[in-house]
Design a protein around this ligand. Structure first.
Ligand SMILES: [Zn+2]
Length: 394
């Protein structure tokens, strides 16, 4: 790979344009003028300079002709030599890693499942994740010299200003830990950390079902229930990182006690762990949420009923959110999201009875398109957007 200047050494318009390309991926000159506020002439001149430095290439693709019949516009992007971004998704039962170049092309990805009886301390999980990063980076043919940053997704709220995992019972082993500092120690590259459902929301907004959405809610329906919101092209985190924690919305003040310490949380009725436990009475052989979903899609009546009931509870909780936030899109991801219409039809029905009509009319409810890769790709997206500093257009 030819040696080119590091993006962070650029200044002025060159830096602005390079940052915009890193956030947008392949883009037309018109996209870049709109994103940076620079004139078309300045964009063209500056792109010429960046091309000479070896940082920008024109791969030959074009966008379709515009609705007014204008000529198709050619597309430019950061060159492969500009560097790579790494995304890491740490789950309770899995690790996933992707390496992508700054033109948003995934070069290599890998993952591993942890057995249900395999318990790991937070430092051990970070060690295994670091090892998987080294292997995946090697498989991509790139080196740590090329890495501009690592995004790290964690299934717990991340305090927005400090990067600490908030003191909570949601992921007790990780409370008070600073995962970005810990991971930087292991890999010696810049690391930014974010809640996994927030990353799913970011990825679906950039590359998946949420492109062009002005205000979206993403639900990660897995063993637990997480949520993320992208408003005006930016993640909405709240001041201590818990914005969107819909799984711990209390629906019944007299319900069972939840691991978060409150009673009657949505997760207790609609989370994957709760669903699998309830199913044991009729289907003792079913061990996982994915088996339950497969059976439901294949027509198993008790499994379909369980998912429909979970969707009804979800719809009530989401109805409140719909009234408060008035989004244009709800994206359903995670393993339970794969149930498709078995989940979405009763969810839409419950929503229509739980939120004001104009909010219901304005929203679409869709399955995510990125599947189990959403959180991992969101971690890549976090790096590409420099910790969400560069606003994406919508
Ligand atoms: Zn709870």
């Amino acid at each position: 790979m030819t040696t080119v200047p590091k993006l962070e050494t650029l200044t002025g318009n060159q830096r602005r344009l390079a940052d915009a390309l890193r956030a947008l991926g392949p883009a037309t000159r018109a996209d870049l003028a709109a994103a940076t506020g620079l004139s078309r002439a300045t964009v063209s001149t500056t792109l010429g300079d960046l091309t000479e430095l070896g940082l920008v290439v024109e791969p030959g693709g074009t966008t379709p002709a515009g609705p007014t019949g204008g000529r198709p516009a050619s597309v430019v992007q950061l060159s492969p030599a500009a560097g790579v971004a790494i995304g890491v998704d740490i789950g309770r039962r899995h690790l996933m890693v992707a390496v992508a170049d700054l033109a948003h092309t995934v070069l290599a990805e890998d993952g591993l499942r942890l057995a249900p009886d395999e318990e790991h301390s937070a430092p051990q999980m970070l060690d295994r994740a670091a090892e998987l990063v080294r292997e995946t980076l090697a498989a991509s043919g790139r080196s740590f010299e090329d890495v501009v940053g690592v995004g790290l997704g964690i299934p717990a709220p991340v305090v927005t200003d400090t990067g600490l995992i908030g003191a909570s019972n949601i992921l007790p082993q990780w409370s008070g830990l600073h995962p970005a500092a810990e991971f930087t120690k292991r890999l010696n590259v810049p690391v930014c950390v974010e809640n996994d459902a927030n990353l799913g929301a970011l990825a679906e907004h950039m590359w998946g079902a949420g492109r062009n959405s002005r205000s979206l809610v993403y639900l990660k329906l897995a063993t637990g229930i997480g949520g993320g919101m992208v408003i005006g092209g930016r993640l909405f985190r709240g001041v201590s990182g818990t914005a969107g924690e819909i799984g711990h919305l209390s629906l019944d003040a007299h319900g069972d006690v939840c691991r978060c310490g409150n009673r009657g949380c949505l997760e207790l009725t609609s989370g994957g762990t709760a669903l699998v436990e309830t199913l044991r009475r009729t289907h003792p052989e079913v061990q996982s949420l994915s088996e339950l979903v497969q059976l439901a899609v294949a027509g198993d009546v008790p499994c379909r009923r369980l998912i429909a009931d979970a969707a009804t509870h979800l719809g009530v909780a989401l109805g409140g959110l719909l009234n408060l936030m008035n989004p244009d899109l709800i994206i359903v991801g995670g393993e339970l999201g794969r149930a498709g219409d078995v989940l979405l039809d009763p969810l839409r029905h419950a929503l229509s009875r739980s939120a004001v009509a104009s909010a219901v009319d304005a929203v679409s409810v869709r399955q995510g398109t990125l599947g189990e890769r959403a959180e991992m790709l969101g971690a890549v997206a976090l790096v590409l957007r420099e910790g969400d500093r560069v606003p994406a257009p919508f």
